[in-house]
Design a protein around this ligand. Structure first.
Ligand code: ATP
Ligand code: MG
Ligand code: FE
Length: 347
């Protein structure tokens, strides 16, 4: 079954072709980061309009790269949420229009399920069940995953997401969006132990996270250094390292707890922050101690992309799930309300 995957939930237009027998055939991504840079954040209306401009050309591009035509497509998967409603509507409209014209099934996919399943596109995919750490720009969650659509939320951030904290820290340090990779690069030059930042909510039981206090702590540290006239390149690097280490430590502590609590040996890490090298290394070291394994996607499939949507959609389309005539666009959508593979969807 050849599936066209479409991702337009935020500021990235992602398209991919996934074949259930032959795997990923092609994928393409256009990032709007530069367009939004002048505004200091994503401008929803500009995002929607740019998806309109880029989506069909990218579809043609992935078909050409795979040596296929529209007539070869057996189904279309698009991101139906969570995300910016206007941006989601662009992907949903194109998916439904193409699906109607070609007479093939169409399915709205959950963006975080896409992230969660992205490691399945790699050579050594994790088997079910596993614990998943979803760490992205909008989410920080620990989920017990027994199968596709069988999700039990173990814990989540009560305020900011980890990626959001990286982005805000970047801003404080004068770095551009997306902040994660830039903070991480700056941290390379940091001197370990110069600062020690708090590990929020690790001193009490439970699997929830909180990153807004850490953000304030970072701001206070930056402001203090500034007032002392000490905020040079070295101190900025020291702060970046202290921040990154605190986030990584916190995530690792909670992941270890989740593995111990569930008795699970496999940990999947997905979402933009899972591209972070320090996080990967620290999780691997932890998993070795527990005699477990850590799984993640290649860096380009950690952040938003069409391949993860094509893959997730393919699994559900193969199981017979599909949209009705209505375009589905759900800005807020808890992942644990998704049905398992064998059950029909109500949208
Ligand atoms: P969501 O998926 O929750 O809707 P999103 O789609 O905006 O949010 P992603 O595209 O998954 O998020 O990831 C983007 C986030 O990942 C940004 O916050 C970015 O700073 C962060 N990120 C990307 N690479 C790294 C990295 N190497 N280290 C830390 N953070 C990173
Ligand atoms: Mg993004
Ligand atoms: Fe995302």
């Amino acid at each position: 079954m050849l599936i066209l995957g479409i991702e337009t939930s935020c500021d990235e237009t992602g398209v991919a072709l996934y074949d259930s027998d032959h795997g990923l055939l092609s994928h393409a991504l256009f990032s709007q980061v530069e367009m939004h840079a002048d505004y200091g954040g994503v401008v929803p209306e500009l995002a929607s309009r740019d998806h309109v401009r880029k989506l069909l050309p990218l579809c043609d591009q992935v078909l050409a790269e795979a040596g296929r035509t529209r007539a070869d497509i057996d189904g279309i998967a698009y991101t139906a949420g969570p995300g910016l409603v206007g941006a989601l509507m662009v992907g949903g409209s194109v998916a439904h229009a193409l699906g109607f014209a070609l007479g093939i099934p169409v399915l709205g996919v959950h963006h975080m399920e896409g992230h969660l399943l992205a490691p399945m596109l790699e050579e050594n995919p994790p088997a079910f069940p596993f614990v998943a750490l979803l760490v992205s720009g909008g989410h920080t969650q620990l989920v017990m995953v027994s199968g596709i659509g069988e999700y039990q939320l173990l814990g989540e951030s009560v305020d900011d997401a980890a990626g959001e904290a990286f982005d805000k820290t970047a801003k404080m340090l004068g770095l551009d969006y997306p902040g994660g990779p830039r903070v991480s690069a700056l941290a390379q030059a940091g001197r370990p132990g110069t600062y020690r930042f708090p590990r929020p909510m690790t001193d009490r039981p439970g699997l929830d996270f909180s990153f807004s206090g850490l953000k304030t702590y970072t701001l206070n540290t930056v402001t203090d250094a500034e007032e002392r006239g000490a905020l040079d390149e070295q101190v900025r690097a020291d702060i970046a390292l202290a921040f990154e280490t605190a986030v990584v430590d916190t995530l690792v502590i909670k992941c270890r707890r989740a593995l111990e609590q569930t008795g699970c040996k496999r940990l999947v890490v997905a979402g933009g922050v899972s591209a972070n090298r320090s996080l990967r290394q620290a999780l691997e070291a932890m998993a070795v101690k527990l005699r477990g394994g850590v799984f993640y996607a290649r860096p380009e499939f950690c952040t938003d992309n069409g391949a993860m949507i094509a893959y997730a959609g393919c699994q559900r389309l193969l199981a017979g799930q599909r949209d009705g005539d209505r375009i589905v666009a759900v800005p807020r959508w808890p992942m644990d309300t998704l049905p398992p593979l064998g059950e029909p969807r109500d949208n």
